[in-house]
Design a protein around this ligand. Structure first.
Ligand SMILES: Nc1ncnc2c1ncn2[C@@H]1O[C@H](COP(=O)(O)OP(=O)(O)O)[C@@H](O)[C@H]1O
Ligand SMILES: [Mg+2]
Length: 427
């Protein structure tokens, strides 16, 4: 490499790319801007964003010793990276490249030029300071990588899927036992498969949540997606049936084919008994075809990593027994009825937009317990279910259905529609 003699700054040419990549790839010669990686730089010069190089004249040929690359957005530009071979520092080359780059940026209509440098990089900082750039103290750089691969975004859109906002899990009030169980058996093994492997936990691929309406099954499913940071896709049997002329079975098959294209996903099917209801013996009905289709779709779904199928139902008894047979679902988890903390959270949510300072919330939470448990058909104690369902083995497939559970009337979602006058706080 030449280290003496004349140098000049000129526009970046396509032929400079190999030498430039060698420079960019070497951390010692670059102002390490944390925001822009090698692939960003290559993409920028390929799409003819403003870029200049410094070349030194050797005995036989010119050698690339520095680069400065920018990217323009409206009247603003980012200097993505300033790189200079170590032997060529302190000669004003960095400032000269920056000056050339600025000329091109101004010609492109840029008014504000910005540059992000990693804290310990010295080379870009000197050039920037000499050129009159002001450092903005106290600026913190935040970054988030969306888990959805750009190629998957279209598929996700077709499925009506989305990312659930962070924190949805934490907004689930109460339901400590359910949360703990799902955290330990479902979220942990999926989020940290290696750790789970060491603990002998097998990541689940499909689970059933069952419990009376309004106990938070849908909310739990979204919460799981939010905790995992995976996109959430809800399949609506009634909607799917209308979408495909060949009917629900074909629409399900198409939806699962799209799901298979996603890197990671939580698929949720509410009221799954509509799909996997008990097949009528000896009737080759359309419903039976749908159940059979669903039964066929689960095993291939289970073969891919980083996906979870959550089915919700009000009553396990309404499900086809083949649906719950060995190998399809990892857990059947009872949810609800809501405990006092959960009821308080539900009320908070419903009353958030309504002035209610004079309501006695403790009395309302207690009163709503009587309604949930009321009508003389109180469900069996909550504590019976999680223990019976998952304790013991890491891969339980209990299909316990309690008649009391499936028969409960008076769901929390009914509470807001109730015409009762709630007790006011005592003066
Ligand atoms: N534990 C909880 N904490 C906070 N809100 C809850 C809780 N459980 C249910 N909700 C709220 O109650 C409503 C009904 O819950 P949902 O998840 O739709 O029940 P399900 O799917 O079991 O019918 C939703 O608005 C949900 O936000
Ligand atoms: Mg629901």
């Amino acid at each position: 490499m030449v280290t003496e003699g004349p140098w000049r700054v000129r526009e970046f040419h396509v032929g400079d790319l190999d030498a430039a990549v060698r420079l960019w790839d070497n951390p010692a010669v670059s102002s390490e801007a944390p925001a822009f990686g090698l692939s960003d730089l290559i993409a920028a010069v390929r799409s003819h964003e403003p870029a200049v190089v410094a070349v030194a004249r050797g005995a036989h040929s010119e050698e690339l010793v520095g680069t400065a690359v920018a990217t323009v957005s409206g009247d603003r530009a980012w200097v993505m990276r300033i790189s200079l071979a170590a032997a060529w520092r302190h000669r004003g080359i960095g400032s000269a490249m920056l000056g050339e780059l600025e000329r091109r940026l101004v010609a492109a209509g840029v008014h504000r030029i910005q540059c992000l440098l990693a804290g310990d990089s010295e080379i870009g900082a000197l050039a920037l300071e000499h050129a009159g750039y002001a450092a903005r103290p106290g600026v913190v750089f935040y970054e988030r990588l969306e888990p959805v691969h750009p190629g998957s975004a279209g598929v996700l859109g077709q499925l009506g899927g989305r990312m659930v906002r962070a924190g949805a899990w934490d907004q689930l009030g109460g339901m400590v036992k359910e949360k703990e169980l799902i955290e330990r058996r479902v979220i942990l093994p999926l989020a940290q498969p290696r750790l789970a492997g060491r603990l002998g936990l097998v990541p689940p691929r499909a689970i059933v949540l069952f419990g009376p309406p309004g106990t938070g099954k849908t909310t739990f499913a979204k919460g799981v997606a939010s905790r995992l940071g995976w996109p959430f896709v809800e399949l609506f049997p009634s909607r799917l049936a209308g979408e495909s002329p060949a009917g629900l079975a074909a629409a399900l098959r198409e939806a699962f084919a799209l799901v298979a294209e996603l890197d990671k996903v939580v698929v949720f099917i509410d009221e799954v008994e509509e799909i996997a209801g008990m097949r009528q013996p000896r009737t080759a009905s359309a419903a039976q075809g749908v159940t059979n289709e669903m039964l066929k779709l689960i095993p291939p779904f289970r073969e891919q990593d980083e996906r979870l199928l959550i089915c919700a139902t009000n009553s396990v008894r309404a499900l086809d027994s083949a649906f719950l047979r060995h190998g399809r679902f990892d857990y059947v988890i009872p949810v609800g009825p809501p405990d006092p903390a959960a009821r308080a959270a539900i009320w908070d949510r419903y009353l958030a937009a309504v002035p209610h300072g004079d309501l006695d919330m403790t009395a309302i939470v207690e009163e709503s317990r009587q309604r949930v448990h009321g009508s003389g058909r109180s469900p069996a104690p909550l504590s019976r279910y999680p223990a019976a369902t998952v304790a013991g083995s890491a891969r339980t497939r209990s299909t316990t259905a309690d008649p009391a559970i499936s028969g409960v009337s008076g769901s929390p979602s009914c509470l807001v529609n109730s015409s009762s006058v709630w007790p006011l706080r005592a003066a």
